[in-house]
Ligand binder design. Structure first.
Ligand code: SF4
Length: 389
């Protein structure tokens, strides 16, 4: 049986090379790329401006295949979450968060994660495997065109784009799956694909220092760093990777990255953990760290109310504590936001992604939970509903 080549695996240059192998000119690759990434086409027959001979050739050798959707739920607040199949009993989650003037898609780059942050349910299930380019960009492809279908928006560059921002903050540490992540990023930025600006694509890392430098050279999108602690002793206990790349090294890498970044600040993510990292003293220590004349860095803080899960043994900081912590940072001159917790009702909030990757029986549990919610909130709960623009 001939194995079909999945064209979602190719960045623009690779698609040109693939077309050249078929004896086709580079402009054919551009046309093909537009059909795939701007029209969401998955059948070569629909690509009407390609010669029939090329369409026939492609049909016997290639395919356009995103990961299959296992489940699709929309939260009361409009957050939409897909669980997608990435083979061998693995699944990852993709989450769309609609806001007033933008739509953000949070995508995953690995099935499971080896970093094992203490506050993250993904980390608790261990590492399964790296996602391919098709599985990473396929999440954007699938979500953009599913959202358009739901809204009745036409495909193509003229149709209203649903996803205006992408954050690589789902399952996995993107910098530990570097090449496929970079290829997917190039497609996100390409004018013949999604045409997103570098400012609208954010990669979040737990601090893989050498790869941050490499990213700055290859595709320097906006950077978020999972900081979560104000000193090494605390961070060592929350993010084991800190023992390898401690705070001073991480800060220095952030400074180097800024020379290439599309924004003049790094976003520091800080998960608020009750009694662990949330005192005013911790906030003052953070101020000293980011203002340090040698390692300090221009930054803004995003405080994330923790989503507790039993195995973590951790609790969410109380709201007044979060506000007081934020106030110390603000008084110290830092732009600080508190992330709105969204999608709680469908487990789409940060740190809750794909708890069921290895254990599909949890999908059943969630379906049961959904039925329970539908009884409580009405029959439309959890069904695909129109997301207000
Ligand atoms: S927070 Fe990110 S890096 Fe840490 S375990 Fe979870 S997915 Fe991995």
């Amino acid at each position: 049986m001939t194995t079909l080549t999945n064209l979602l695996d190719f960045d623009p240059a690779q698609l040109v090379a693939y077309c050249a192998d078929l004896g086709e000119k580079p402009f054919r690759a551009k046309q093909l790329q537009r059909w795939i990434h701007q029209f969401g086409a998955s059948e070569f027959d629909t690509m009407t401006d390609l010669a029939k001979s090329l369409r026939d050739k492609l049909a016997t050798r290639a395919e356009i295949r995103a990961p299959a959707i296992i489940s699709d739920h929309t939260s009361l607040d409009g957050t939409r979450k897909w669980l997608v199949d990435v083979g061998n009993g693995n699944a990852v989650e993709t989450v769309f968060i609609p806001e007033e003037n933008r739509g953000t898609l949070c995508i995953s780059t690995q099935a499971g994660c080896a970093v094992n942050c203490r506050f993250c349910s993904t980390g608790k299930q261990g590492f399964n495997r790296n996602l391919t380019v098709a599985e990473i960009i396929g999440q954007l492809w699938m979500a953009e065109f599913e959202l358009r279908r739901t809204k009745g928006t036409e495909p193509g560059p003229k149709g209203e784009r649903q996803i205006t921002n992408v954050v690589m903050m789902g399952m996995g540490e993107p910098l530990l799956n570097f090449e496929p992540t970079v290829t997917a990023l190039k497609l996100m930025l390409d004018d013949n694909a999604y045409g997103l600006s570098r400012r609208r694509v954010t990669l979040s890392t737990s601090g893989v220092v050498p790869m941050m430098d490499k990213l700055s050279q290859e595709v320097p999108v906006a950077l978020a760093v999972s900081l979560h602690a104000s000193n090494d002793a605390l961070r060592d206990g929350l993010i084991p990777l800190n023992k390898k790349y401690p705070l001073r090294e991480l800060m220095a890498a952030c400074r180097r990255y800024l020379a290439f970044a599309p924004r003049d600040f790094i976003t520091f993510e800080y998960c608020m953990l009750d009694g662990v990292n949330d005192s005013d003293e911790h906030a003052r220590e953070l101020l000293a760290l980011v203002n340090d004349p040698v390692v300090g860095v221009s930054c803004k803080f995003n405080l994330i109310p923790f989503n507790p899960f039993p195995e973590s043994g951790l609790l969410r900081s109380k709201n007044p504590r979060i506000k007081s912590f934020a106030q110390v940072l603000i008084d110290g001159g830092l732009v600080t936001t508190i992330r709105k917790t969204r999608g709680d009702d469908i487990d789409a909030a940060c740190g809750q992604l794909a708890g069921e990757v290895q254990d599909r029986t949890r999908v059943q549990e969630r379906m049961e939970k959904m039925a329970e919610y539908q009884k409580k909130f009405g029959a439309d709960f959890g069904r695909i509903v129109e997301i207000p623009s």
